[in-house]
Design a protein around this ligand. Sequence first.
Ligand SMILES: *Cc1c(COP(=O)(O)O)cnc(C)c1O
Length: 496
Amino acid sequence: MNNRLYGNLVFELSKKGRKGYSLPKNTYEKYSVADLPAGLKRESEATLPECDELTVVRHYTNHSANNFGVNNGFYPLGSCTMKYNPVINEEVAAMKIFADLHPLQPAETCQGALEVYYNLQIMLSNITGLSEFTLNPCAGAHGELTGLMVIRAYHQSRGDEKRTKVLIPDSAHGTNPASAAVCGLEVVEVKSLADGTVDVDDLRSKLSDEVAGMMMTNPNTLGLFEKRIPEIAAMVHECGGLMYYDGANLNPMLGACRPGDMGFDVMHINLHKTFSTPHGGGGPGSGPVGVREGLEQFLPTPRVTEDEEGVLHVMTGDYEKSLGSIGSFFGNFGVILRAYTYILSLGKENIKMVGPLATLNANYIKERLKDVYELPIDTVCKHEFVFNGLKDKSTGVTTMDVAKRLLDYGYHAPTIYFPLLFHEALMIEPTENESKETIDGFVEVMRTIAQEAKDCPDEVKSAPHNTPISRVDDVLAAKHPILNWRQLKEDQAKAE
Ligand SMILES: *Cc1c(COP(=O)(O)O)cnc(C)c1O
């Protein structure tokens, strides 16, 4: 694609005096700009780009074509389940009856929206086997914090003040220890065994009457099913702690099993992973929290409840033990609508196929690539799995190089250098909604790159070659972000 001319900053395309607009005629004949009070006028001209209309249209259209997303290519990111977001989700979320709602409008005027909200609470309970859900949290990490606050409130309500420790496996997503710390709890790390699952002996040695609970991800962050969950749950319960389930990526469980049946007391789900909604760049998200029977009174408000006549109500202040408000109003209603639409379009029967298909797709890729990529834990995985770089380490080609080379072939890179258990981690998740042909195409490209690493390693190490910009200095970008045009110009002037 040749977008040199139109691909730069719109300011750089500016030519003094060019115009791509015409302002409407001033119909207030008595007044002109000259009549504005001096104090309201700008002191200097606004620095706006001056371009003709076609230049502006091409500039932005070409930029939009540089975006990569689920809608234009395969996106095998692990631990961050990026789903296809069908257009129907957007249509529903944009419907005027929903988009024009105000969060403070009386319940009798928005029964339809409350019905969506209430039904989704119930659907999530059925899907997970837990008693009640709040849809208020606005992200996975926000859900973790809310769930941990419920656990803390539970212990405090029983006068059990010394429970301040949270057990977290070393393979956990980074938000788990972060949320525990934000909640004022102390993180105690639990080791993994060589097979990637929780070391139950290490866990046993860390149990005490100071343990508030344990956070687990299952399948864990290596994509492996924790087979000893019943035993682990029994141990933690016996010492008085509660079990927290990180259900950010719940798709492998749909149709297979339910956290509530496995002994978990509190959990969150990322609607923006498990039930679609694109979430690149940090939002928007939704991280509903579910609890088992007996913990409902601690959930935050507002809550939507139904009376005997089927009328829905918004409950805010009437709960003595509730955490109260944990964010603004009801959470991200747009994401809730998308998840609701996604679940309804799948239907009760098809949703049972999600887990088996996600698992099949991941295992298929793993088996077709494990002769050329190193598979440290060679076992049946769930929705995702982790390679430790290329099998042939003599080429010097790293996981970073493979990820960059994939961009040349039109694929989004998998998750790399996470989890931290292997030096060259390359984590792949295809999701259930990809066709066999797409997956075969990805496998072929991954094999081609493995071959290139042998035949022409420099080609791979210097990738990407076909993207508008090549390798960026990500450390510099993090430490010294340049976030606007003026700053760029100032930096360039300083450098000269
Ligand atoms: C993504 C993810 C989270 C955090 O979710 P956010 O919405 O990004 O805060 C937590 N745990 C796991 C396993 C995840 O994959």
